[in-house]
Write a protein that binds this ligand. Structure first.
Ligand SMILES: [Fe+2]
Length: 496
């Protein structure tokens, strides 16, 4: 049995290594240019308290550390699908963890932030984050996987003072739907009772929970936030994110008088004022006692807009954030770890693991439009059905055909011939989800698109395989070069 008191103490012990950082930015090395951004901020007399940098090549992260020695850096990881019951059996898991450790170390980061979400499950791949099934068993699996990653960090990523970076789990955004049998705050309470991780509360993601769990039909946003925070393990929140929201290209703006807009997480978009109102409410909550940092997430946003929004956020919130962090340090008296047999977690049994794997396989089929919504985690509700339909019919096809890189721009010649032969590109979406596929490499949506498109062309119009292969070679060369020299050759859209 796990002693949750011991877990909480272990968390407090680990947290002591993270100083209050105040307000900062969560950024991407490539988009917009990070060094130019820092120059522009400094011109306005702004020095971010820290920069959280999204996964990139290890070389480029090392160059960030070298170029910005005065700014504390933190790491936003990606690609460790800790929600998945079989992630540790993946042939690439060890390699992915190794790369994460190298990147964590190259930034000298005090934490690894990772979304509680996945882009791959049960052999199916997607382009953007999908939330886990919110169920007790899946919370256990998340905790088990975090414990493994934290153990690797403890062994191989100690800082100069002997402290190990802390795993921070970010509550993911909802994109039109959520699935599960328990409320989202309850899910995170189960996870944090089992492992000493911290949490990242993203205010925009919280808004999507209000919007897509139908809470918005029952209560005001203020009442929702109040109820949510009373249940959520707020004492584990170490970092807060605030980012933009917008309607997706595939859906468009909702018409006036139709209730709340169908916004989803969109880092390039402006931050709506409702998120700052929600942030105020979160910062005022008495359970928020371990906060260390608040970041605007600004990857893919224009430098001009970042400077404007950050200036305003600092003006409005820096005092409040400082106050909240002080509240934490007063509350956190040094903790003495009781002599105790370290929490012994029983591994998830094979039957349960298999059950959850089946649940995730059904999940992938449902949201890609290949299966009907069945099972307790999909219990009929009108809002859920509308959301899943929106996701499978509009969002997913857009993701496969256009997101990250547009197929017609990637393979102009091949697409032209396909059109001449009467093959519609939307058929590629059905091809993509036709059956589960074994993993052939670490997750990379761009390379996956190339690989699958070549297979599609070979099956549908075999005599133009050569043409597709030629275009593929050019793409792969450009992509490899882009990754080497940091400067992206092809503008890759990124979201988290
Ligand atoms: Fe975030």
């Amino acid at each position: 049995m796990v002693d949750s008191e011991f877990v909480q103490q272990d968390f407090q012990r680990r947290l002591r290594n993270i100083p209050p950082l105040g307000m900062g930015l969560s950024v991407d090395v490539y988009s917009p240019d990070l060094f130019e951004l820092v120059i522009q901020l400094r011109k306005q007399g702004l020095e971010p308290g820290y920069l959280e940098v999204f996964k990139a090549t290890t070389t480029s992260l090392m160059s960030v550390q070298k170029a910005l020695p005065d700014i504390p850096l933190a790491y936003h990881g990606e690609g460790l699908w800790i929600t998945q019951p079989d992630v540790q059996e993946s042939p690439f898991f060890q390699r992915d963890v190794g790369e994460m450790l190298a990147q964590l170390n190259s930034l000298q980061s005090l934490w690894l932030n990772h979304e509680c979400a996945m882009k791959q499950m049960a052999g199916y791949s997607f382009g953007t984050y999908i939330p886990p099934l919110f169920m007790p068993l899946s919370a256990e699996v998340v905790a088990e996987n975090i414990a493994t990653v934290q153990q690797a960090i403890d062994q191989q990523s100690c800082r100069a003072n002997g402290a190990a970076p802390l795993f921070l789990l970010e509550m993911p955004p909802l994109t039109y739907f959520s699935a599960g049998t328990i409320p989202i705050p309850h899910f995170f309470r189960l996870v944090t009772a089992l492992v000493p991780c911290g949490l990242v509360l993203d205010i925009g993601h919280l808004w999507t929970v209000y919007r897509y769990t139908a809470a918005c039909q029952r209560v005001s946003v203020e009442q929702f936030v109040e109820g949510f925070l009373d249940e959520f393990p707020l004492e584990r929140v170490v970092e807060i994110h605030v980012a933009g929201l917008a309607c997706h290209e595939s859906v468009g703006e909702s018409k006036e008088g139709e209730g709340l807009p169908e916004w989803i997480d969109a880092h390039a978009a402006p931050i709506p004022s409702i998120l700052f109102t929600m942030l105020e409410q979160v910062l005022a909550h008495s359970h928020l006692v371990n906060l260390r940092a608040v970041a605007l997430e600004v990857d893919t946003k224009s430098i001009e807009m970042i400077v404007e929004e950050y200036t305003e956020a600092v003006r409005r919130f820096s005092y409040l954030v400082q106050q909240t962090m002080v509240r934490g340090t007063v509350a956190n008296q040094p903790v003495q770890l009781m002599p105790h047999v370290a929490s012994v977690r029983e591994p998830v049994c094979e039957a349960d693991r298999q059950q959850l794997l089946n649940d995730y396989a059904r999940y992938a089929k449902i949201i890609s439009g290949q299966a009907a919504m069945t099972g307790p985690e999909w219990q009929e509700s009108a809002a859920k059905a509308i959301g899943v339909t929106r996701y499978s019919l509009s969002y997913v096809p857009y993701e496969i055909l256009h997101w990250g890189a547009d197929l017609e721009e990637m393979f102009p010649q091949t697409c032209r011939v396909l059109a001449e032969r009467g093959v519609c590109l939307t058929e590629f979406v059905a091809f993509w989800f036709r059956s589960p596929r074994p993993l052939t490499d670490s997750y990379d949506f761009f390379l996956l698109k190339i690989e699958r498109f070549l297979e599609f062309v070979a099956e549908r119009v075999p005599d133009i395989r050569g043409c597709a292969q030629q275009e593929c070679n050019i793409l792969c060369q450009a992509y490899a070069q882009a990754n080497e020299v940091v400067e992206p050759v092809m503008e890759m859209e990124r979201t988290r």
